[in-house]
Ligand binder design. Sequence first.
Ligand code: CP
Length: 318
Amino acid sequence: MPFKRKDLLGLRDLAVDEIEHILDTAFSLKEINTRSIKKVPTLRGKTVIHLFYEPSTRTRTSFDIAAKRLSADTYSIAGSSSSMVKGETFLDTLKNLESMNPDIFIIRHSASGAPHRLAARTPVSVINAGDGMHEHPSQGLLDMMTILEKKGRLDGLTVLIVGDIAHSRVARSNILGLNKMGARVVACAPPTLLPADLSLMGVEVCFKVDEALPDADVIMVLRLQTERQQQMLLPSLREYSICYGINRSRLAKAREDAIVMHPGPVNRGVEISPDVADGPQSVILDQVTNGVAVRMALLYLMGQGESSRAAAQREESV
Ligand code: CP
């Protein structure tokens, strides 16, 4: 089944069969990452440009590894080392890069909607690697892959998201994706860290984490996104940690087979204690491993998209 989209901007846009197709592809490509020679020629001759205007460890590295393992050529532009510091506009920068004929742009930006602006103005495929407080679709996909791998299904599971949901693009992509795939999503945070539109998104809200834990199959812990908070939303980090931090005694209230997830970066001792982050129920590093496979799947499907879209157009015109 060809992937017919030019861009991946968010999980809101994707149908269930498209999500399933990406995850199936990721599961089949994952094995390449365990070979002694971790490289296949699938995207030889394709060019991927990373445009990271915000810090990243996992997303940037895993997209780069994913592209290289598929034999694509990759180039990186960081905000601080681009000519934008000399006054060039975002769109001028992108039009100049587009003139070098890349196949895929991967963009992370602090402004919600920046990847959409780019995608509307370029024939190059665009993948959103996290835009402001909006979406982080590859993270949502790798989280769903990890849940599927550990639990065997998404449909009917209860996923408890604990933390700064209001400022989290990871939470938004997970909510959109998990809802489509039939999971029950419960959000737990102080009221100042919950967005207003949660019930419209089909999410149940809970203010007391101890009451929500016993039902959870998956506990997804989020960092406090202080870089996006405009004002003091909590009395103190210590109080947040006491009321909402996932530590060993709190985790004992959950089922023994509940898994603990975190997209990273982790603030140990704030939203999660080190013994839980490193404990037997944690799948945090499995998420990172699956991140490479999911990003390989996206690059593979979208890198081939140009030829399959052209073939589909030819078929339609016959
Ligand atoms: N999860 C995530 O997006 O991590 P990075 O910010 O390190 O890419």
